[in-house]
Design a protein. Sequence first.
Length: 148
Amino acid sequence: MIIDRLENLSLYAAINPLFADVVEFLNDHDLQTLEVGKYPIQGNNVFLNLQMAKGRSQEAAVLETHIEMIDIQIPLSAEESFGYTPLQDLPDFEYNAEKDITKYGDTKAQTYVTVKPGQFVIFFPQDGHAPCITPQAEIKKAIFKIKA
């Protein structure tokens, strides 16, 4: 997991060359003015899900992991907290290959971090994360999905 400011995202391009496509997209588009929806950037290798997500409490948030994709999540309308537990500390649950997700039911996160608008968080396949923790009823957020 990495947390930083958006202006520093290009510094992480060495981790995965597809991160450069996300940086270019961000340079060319204003996420605040884009409509909610899916935006293909490089086929199934890089795309953006721009959504209005329902806010959740820590108790209601569900940990998840992905095998195929890396998430770069950017809260846009309000700060968002995320639960975090390393994959190695999570119990075995069924993986949904079609949606590239494992959800961990009632398993609670080990720790929580808060990300503000203007910041981002990167979750790798080894990072269990519980998104959308906010007192807001809804939060506008960008989720870039990048092939791991």
